[in-house]
Design a protein around this ligand. Structure first.
Ligand code: ZN
Length: 100
């Protein structure tokens, strides 16, 4: 999930809130009254979080896909994990490596 940053629109207030949110929820906090000064409202910082988001996606896409296999590959790995011939250490290894 991308990390979104929110800042208070009261210019005397320095409140910054960071939240990890799914993209469709990124505006959930916008408009909320600032908990620091109680007068300002939260706005989303756009440029920074967007750049981070893209960077993050490019860098870790492959890694994430490998760690969270889907479909057939995942099934095979699960079957391997559940196989009685696989010893406990290998099973643990499979579990942590593929998140199964
Ligand atoms: Zn504030």
């Amino acid at each position: 999930m991308p990390l979104y940053e929110y800042y208070c629109d009261n210019e005397k207030c320095t409140e910054v809130v960071e939240e990890l949110l799914p993209t469709y929820k990124r505006d959930t906090l916008v408009g909320h009254v600032c908990t620091q000064c109680d007068t300002g409202k939260l706005l989303r910082k756009v440029s920074m979080s967007h750049a981070q988001d893209l960077d993050f996606t490019a860098k870790s896409k492959t890694d994430r896909e490998l760690r969270n296999p889907t479909g057939e590959f995942r099934e095979v790995m699960q079957r391997m994990k559940d196989s009685p011939t696989v010893d406990r250490a290998s099973r643990k290894n499979l579990e942590s490596k593929y998140n199964i």
